[in-house]
Design a protein around this ligand. Structure first.
Ligand SMILES: [Zn+2]
Length: 730
């Protein structure tokens, strides 16, 4: 085996590709955290190894498993891939290995790319049909590999649940990955449908440990994630000396198949693979920064007021009207929030996304303009993929003959939408996509929006149609049922349905972004059911759970913040019993670690609460927001349980400034708690400022804060403190 430096390698490559007998072509891609060696074999490519620089290598013993046959006119035709060096490309940031099949005529592109000089490396496979006729291809994973591991090696698996409807009692799973381990985590846009089903994961997994069983000084390993919102899965299994991993679309229910028209291209979901050190927070601090730089919207992050503070109308439910909205705008301005957000209840009907004239006699643009006059941005909730029964012009009527076929199945005669939820249309149908594209464009323009929130189930859950671009359902093995007032279909085409619908959704939002720079997108899908890296690349912030009490907010934040930038993580703060002002602050701060949206009737607050909220919002804007945006973050307590203490730490090493959010639970005996802080310099000196004056300010060493810990004392259950940390030299 030739070991080459990167520069040496490129020059040899040019030489080597002119020599047909040189059958093994290698490439090396590297960031400060991830070193990958790739090989183009004659019949298949292979990820050779991954390492965090200077740490033991993870070596892969399996070539990429490329599709071995296709279906042409109902006949199974074998595919023989061969490497095409002339078509392949290689640079310091990119390795593209091209494989071709002569008959059927197909081209497969196996691509790896570094998009920052730190963090993970992205990977995608594209299969192009160069035949004159239609071809059906089976499941192609985004990435599959088989690490060689020492049977004695201690490995640990970390994965994160979506906050979905309500965060579960675990959320962040950190479990031993022993011999015999078999695990599959799935993600779709539906989250947990019942308590009996396994929870959906944020499509990401981390494995910590050393493959050769050595005891490494720092906690290193690798992680992988999926940049796609359709039905995906990650599976991990360990057997003796082998750790096999598959990442990509969810192949179940099998058999997956997808159509390739002549000239058509199938693209596997982009996945990323990275090395890390310093445990889960070490991985998170690199990954969050990478997500911001690579997937985030530069226009959004350029706004120094991102993440925004929002006042949302759902505190009063569907009752919102012009009078309530104008009153909320005045109060929002008085409280100092950045945006007024009208939630469900403003429209004529589901699918009929025009302001209800009884509630908004002067329309919605007048409300937006009033918000703007008060210095606020204006956001709007729209369930824009949902059809109802309104027959007014412009409405999406499920019974309209032009629209009927966009539904995933024929709706029975008695079907009716719910108050704010209808039947999802299949966005994978070109006419449906076009309608939705025009509709969201109209809504954004006509109602003067600064933010568009989508909700409901945006992506069709399966589809019974055989005349849509996706594969037809299996007639002998399909299930049609009603859930949340809509019809859903389960069959072997479900993953392909989601593949087409999600790509259409991404197209619509990419176009909206181009045409409305600065427009914000909130990703809400019945709460936190669409929390994934594909959404992160197409939206600006996530509703991370659909349950809004302090514990649920802190749990969902604790989990999700392992992998996504805190600024993108929205907590809705709803009404909660706050007999004392300390409880009120605790409630607010439980939603102030990321993006803060207040969802309670603020006019119902007492003058004292009002003044307190105003002060906290001011603090958020002046002190906390910049840390939430830019600082490193550490999970310095176990996951919140509302009984014991919990907390998180932000620390910005450049500004030498940070904060610890401390939350005290209900247990009577625990009046004090010590947080072992992270990321500080042991010899550095730090000034601690207790914002609520629960203790006098003091100066301590980094060593002290990281070993003995930051001690906080709070006399009352369900109370909190913010401790600011300032570097004070050495
Ligand atoms: Zn369909």
């Amino acid at each position: 085996m030739l070991r080459l430096t990167r520069v040496g390698w490129i020059s040899l490559l040019c030489l080597a590709w002119g020599v047909p007998s040189f059958s093994q072509t290698r490439a090396r891609l590297r960031t400060s955290d991830t070193e990958l060696v790739l090989e183009a074999g004659t019949a298949a490519p292979r990820l050779i190894s991954l390492a965090f620089p200077g740490q033991p290598k993870w070596e892969n013993h399996a070539s990429e498993s490329l599709i071995a046959s296709v279906d042409i006119s109902g006949k199974l035709v074998p595919v023989h891939w061969s490497f095409n060096p002339e078509a392949s490309q290689m640079s310091e940031q990119r390795a593209v290995f091209v494989y071709e099949s002569a008959s059927p005529h197909l081209r497969l592109t196996w691509e790896w790319q570094t998009r920052q000089d730190y963090g993970p490396v992205e990977h995608q496979i594209r299969i192009e049909n160069l035949d004159p006729g239609e071809i059906w291809i089976p499941m192609q994973d985004s990435l599959a590999f088989n690490w060689q591991v020492d049977p004695q090696a201690n490995l640990e698996h970390l994965f994160i649940e979506k906050g979905a409807n309500r965060p579960s009692s675990i959320g962040t799973h950190q479990i031993p990955l022993n011999d015999g381990y078999q695990w599959t985590g799935t993600s779709s846009t539906y989250g947990d449908l019942s308590d009996n089903e396994p929870r959906e994961i944020i499509p990401w997994s981390l494995v910590q440990g050393s493959p050769d069983g050595s005891k490494v000084g720092t906690q290193t390993g690798w992680y992988a994630g999926i940049e796609f919102s359709g039905r995906t899965r990650i599976s991990i299994g360990r057997e003796k000396d082998s750790l096999h991993v598959a990442v990509g679309l969810n192949p179940d229910p099998a058999p997956f198949r997808t159509r390739l028209a002549p000239g058509g291209v199938f693209e596997t979901p982009v996945v990323f693979l990275g090395g890390f050190r310093d445990g889960a927070d070490g991985a998170g601090n690199v990954l969050r920064r990478w997500v911001r730089a690579v997937l985030g919207n530069p226009e959004t992050w350029r706004n120094p007021n991102y993440p925004l503070v929002v006042n949302n109308s759902w505190g009063g439910g569907m009752a919102v009207n012009e009078e309530i909205a104008l009153r909320m705008i005045r109060d929002s301005a008085e409280l100092g929030v950045d945006m007024f957000h009208v939630d469900a209840g403003w429209f004529r009907d589901v699918g009929d996304w025009y302001p209800n004239p009884q509630k908004f006699p002067h329309g919605l643009a007048a409300i937006a303009d009033d918000a703007h006059k008060h210095g606020l941005k204006f956001g709007l909730w729209v369930d824009w993929t949902q059809a109802g029964l309104s027959t007014r012009p412009g409405a999406l009527n499920a019974r309209d003959p032009k629209v009927r076929d966009w539904m995933v199945t024929d709706l029975p005669a008695g079907w009716k939408p719910e108050p704010f939820k209808g039947q999802t249309i299949d966005l994978g149908v070109p006419e449906a996509k076009l309608w939705a594209q025009h509709e969201v464009e109209r809504i954004v323009t006509d109602y003067h929006l600064d933010m568009l929130e989508h909700d409901g189930y945006l992506v069709a859950h399966g589809c019974d149609r055989s005349d849509h671009p996706h594969a037809a359902p299996d007639p002998l093995n399909k299930c049609i049922y009603k859930s949340w007032g809509a019809y859903w279909v389960d069959s072997s085409n479900s993953t392909d349905v989601s593949y087409h619908a999600v790509r259409a959704y991404y197209d619509i939002y990419s176009r909206l972004r181009r045409e409305h720079p600065g427009l914000l997108f909130e990703i809400c899908n019945d709460g936190g059911r669409m929390v994934d890296f594909g959404s992160a690349a197409h939206g600006d912030y996530f509703s991370i759970t659909d349950t809004y009490d302090p514990l649920s907010n802190r749990r969902a934040f604790y989990d999700t913040s392992h992998v996504l930038p805190a600024a993108m993580l929205e907590s809705y703060v709803e009404k909660w019993p706050t007999p004392r002002i300390e409880n009120f602050r605790y409630m607010l701060r439980s939603g102030m670690m990321g993006w803060l949206t207040i969802m309670t009737d603020t006019n119902g607050w007492s003058p004292e609460q009002h003044a307190e909220a105003r002060k906290e919002i001011d603090l958020y804007k002046k002190e906390l927001r910049s840390l939430i945006r830019d600082a490193r973050m550490y999970h310095v307590s176990p996951r919140p349980d509302s009984v014991h203490w919990d907390g998180i730490q932000y620390w910005d090493p450049d500004r030498r400034r940070g904060v610890v959010y401390a939350f005290r639970g209900t247990i009577e005996g625990e009046k004090t708690h010590s947080y072992a802080l992270e990321g500080l310099e042991p010899s550095g000196r730090y000034v601690l400022k207790f914002y609520d004056h629960s203790a006098p300010d003091r100066t301590v060493t980094g060593q002290d804060l990281m070993t003995r810990g930051l001690k906080v004392a709070l006399p009352l259950p369900n109370s909190s403190e913010l401790i600011f940390i300032e570097g004070a030299g050495h």
